[in-house]
Design a binder for this molecule. Structure first.
Ligand code: PMP
Length: 396
């Protein structure tokens, strides 16, 4: 017998979400997640993945992963500190440090648990964290887990950050104060003001933490947002994922050796969760090699991003203030955003509606993620479907 209270909670909560257009149905992709995907047997132009450089289906990564399976098997076998640390993990971490221009790096099984791990390994109840109001859920959860006092500052508002930093530091109530921000904000595509953050951090001796999940492989000619601003020596935590532009799965922090050594002895997902699989590890290392060797995919990504953005803007869509290939079409009303996405989907363009709680209420949108793997023909086709459906629903 299952709990009556649980069933009542679930039934009521789900009905409530559905009524408000906030219940996302999950589609199943049949086959590879490339620029064209198959859902319910139908091919769609995929504008919904974070596979910015098309590396998720890149043959060089696939060959490397197959070789890893042949040599190492499919699982790492244990947590890193027992006997799960493979030579492949060390090689990946060396490459990550090289990629980010730091002394060392540590990898985790996902970007999400990397944020949970790293923030809470360093911050505690005697500390405070200044967190951008649009930071990713994994940052928010990592901050909560640390038990530090969380002080939100207005999105990318340096005046507000400075005031709050001054107040926190001058209060004398906290042993350490951290400032934490996404490098690229994934729902709007804007870039954090890292030079502003670093200036304030220097003024008040703040710990700096940048989650560049959406910047790595994208900004800074592919090296990420910290490099974009030339701040490699100024940021304490350069956090990123292996799951987006890198095309695989996993997360990492790059930084000074003493920080990485500490995370290896104190961050709980490193200590208590089995290591990345050999295939994921080697495929990620291969992706980094490709990124460091050539800018070709990155150049193509920006070309495609600008092409799609210009096309949608010319049609009259509100694409917000994106500074990266991420291209939101902001609709506002959640139900309308979902209807828009549904109609695009029926016409062969897969671009998901993003609604509360992923974005603030009343800012429902359809978010487009062009990649280097899209062809001009695919983007032209997508733009023409946007025009047709946008007019049909009175959005343009
Ligand atoms: N940080 C940010 C900014 C993200 O967008 C995401 C993924 N949505 C994550 C962390 C979590 O990364 P992962 O998918 O690798 O767990």
């Amino acid at each position: 017998m299952t709990s009556k209270a649980l069933n009542q909670f679930l039934d009521e909560s789900i009905a409530n979400l559905k009524e408000h257009g906030l219940y996302n149905e999950i589609d199943v992709v049949q086959g590879a997640n490339g620029p064209i995907i198959t859902i319910n047997g139908q091919e769609k132009i995929n504008l919904s993945s974070n596979n910015y450089l098309g590396l998720a289906t890149d043959n060089r990564l696939m060959v490397a992963a197959k070789q890893a399976v042949d040599t190492y098997g499919v699982g790492a076998g244990a947590v890193r500190t027992i006997n799960g640390t493979l030579d492949l993990h060390i090689q990946l971490e060396e490459k990550l440090a090289q990629f980010k221009g730091t002394e060392a790096a540590i990898s985790y099984q996902s970007g999400f648990n990397c944020n949970m791990a790293a923030i809470s390994a360093v911050m505690d109840k005697n500390d405070a964290i200044l967190s951008d109001s649009l930071n990713h859920a994994s940052i928010i959860d990592g901050c909560r887990l640390s038990k530090a006092k969380i002080i939100q500052f207005e999105h990318s508002d340096m005046k507000d950050l400075r005031q709050k930093a001054r107040k926190a530091v001058q209060s004398g109530a906290y042993k350490k104060v951290m400032v934490i921000s996404d490098g690229v904000f994934s729902m709007d595509g804007d870039i954090a003001n890292l030079p502003g953050i670093v200036e304030i951090a220097k003024e008040f001796d703040l710990i700096t933490y940048v989650d560049d999940a959406h910047g790595s492989g994208v900004t800074g000619n592919g090296a990420g947002t910290v490099k974009h601003f030339g701040l490699e020596k100024q940021i304490d935590f350069q956090m990123g994922t292996l799951s987006k532009a890198i095309g695989v799965v996993g997360g990492y922090v790059a930084g000074k050796e003493n920080l990485i050594n500490w995370l290896k002895v104190r961050s709980r997902p490193f200590l208590f969760s089995t290591a990345l699989s050999p295939a994921d590890t080697i495929a990620s290392a291969k992706a980094l090699e490709i990124l460091m060797d050539s800018k070709e995919l990155n150049v193509q990504l920006w070309e495609n991003g600008n092409y799609l953005k210009n096309g949608l803007m010319k049609l009259g869509f509100n694409i917000g203030h994106s500074e990266t290939p991420i291209t939101p079409c902001i609709i506002g009303d959640e139900k309308k955003a979902q209807m828009f996405s549904k109609r695009l989907n029926e016409e062969g363009v897969y671009a998901k509606a993003i609604v509360f709680p992923t974005v603030p209420r009343g800012t429902g949108r359809v978010r487009n993620m062009p990649t280097s793997a899209h062809t001009k023909e695919m983007l032209d086709e997508a733009i023409s479907v946007y025009e047709q459906v946008g007019k049909e629903l009175g959005i343009i």
